[in-house]
Design a protein around this ligand. Sequence first.
Ligand SMILES: *Cc1c(COP(=O)(O)O)cnc(C)c1O
Length: 465
Amino acid sequence: MRYKRAHRGAESDEVAVNPLFARRGEERVPRFSLPTEEMLPETAYQLIHDELLLDGNARQNLASFVTTWMEREADDLYREAADKNLVDRDEYPLTAAVEERCVHIIAGLWHAPDTQQAMGVSTVGSSEACMLAGLALKRHWQRARREAGKPSDRPNIVLSSAVQVVWEKFANYWGVEARQVPVTAEHPHLTAAGVLDAVDENTIGVVPVLGLNFTGCYEPVAEIASALDDLSDRTGLDIPIHVDAASGGFFAPFLHPEVRWDFRLNRVHSINASGHKYGLVYPGVGWVVWRLREHVPDELVFDVSYLGGDIATYGLNFSRPGAQVLLQYFNFLRLGRRGFTRVHQVCQDVAVHIAGELDKSDAFEVISAGTDLPVVCWRLADGRRRNWDLYDLSNRLRDRGWMVPAYPMPKDIQDMVVMRIVVRNGFSIDLAHLLLDDVREAVDYLNHLEAPLPRDVRETKSFHH
Ligand SMILES: *Cc1c(COP(=O)(O)O)cnc(C)c1O
């Protein structure tokens, strides 16, 4: 597989090593082939360390949902546990036990009626979790169809056209039709009416998203569940819900406990979340939990014995780092309900403040004001002639180090271009003020342009949520 080369420097076939620490013969190393000779560990370290210097500054990365900072004690734990292989339950039974504890804690957070009856696993991220949840839905549906003597070869899954790319992958990889309900400018999310139009007897499940990547808005899970309850009463068609709560799963329980999106709704069979988003762990951990063990068809579960007992596993990977799971548990102990609430509340306050300030500018129209996920999303206000657009603004902010992406909305409303800021722990109100100053300055500069910038200058970078 070929990847696009990311840096201009990558065109040379050799990496130059700083002469201060290179030994003779180490001054240049091949970039794309295995070097013939060894080098000192210090030199290898320094070389990679220096290359990473040109990566963006994580503090100013307002594009990503993923954690970039943890406390020193978490870093210590990470180092101590770097060698733990999660699948080695015999060798590391306590790491396995911690994973179990986390599943119970998360099932409780999401109001599973009985956390002992729930089943869950850690994954590499929400993407793997979504695959597992989607596959369980598919097998569950297939079994019911076979038992009823009906064909089971044309499964579909219903979601909005604003879902994360993982659902298109799921549909493609596992042979399921993705029925994407078009979003509209008025309802840029899944609606109960749209779901009712799309479902049929071949629907394996409906997937609302708690916290769309595009806008940070919660899709109305309770309304969709109630429409499906009603459909079930009327027609007997009993379609389960999986909630993709990659971001919201570790946010809503703390800041929006009144929003009913989780296992309080009987129709919600499973939920996924990324530990490395608002679960505040470094990249590499996700979770999926099923309300009841029976929602995972037996044929998908493999029994592995450890500590003289059998434990059931369901996952795509075999060997996998155990450290992230321990870090998730670290956060649960360290923060508790109060700590998570306090940390997330600051993010929400900062997001709402930024949205309020942007709203005062007559250049912008705020689309989401940071009141669901702490995500601010805005577009250019209509009705003014300008020599610039949001891509220009994004590039201008990039010159100041800020990574604030501009991108088109999902396919049904892709003419609408928006800009988005994801507020994460560490983006303080002081940094927000600095950012807002830079936005004002950039808008002022752009407003003074006498003609549009040439196209090659404003070349738009592709953006993946
Ligand atoms: C981030 C995200 C994903 C993918 O999660 P990873 O943890 O990055 O694999 C899936 N769905 C939604 C809604 C997301 O926000």
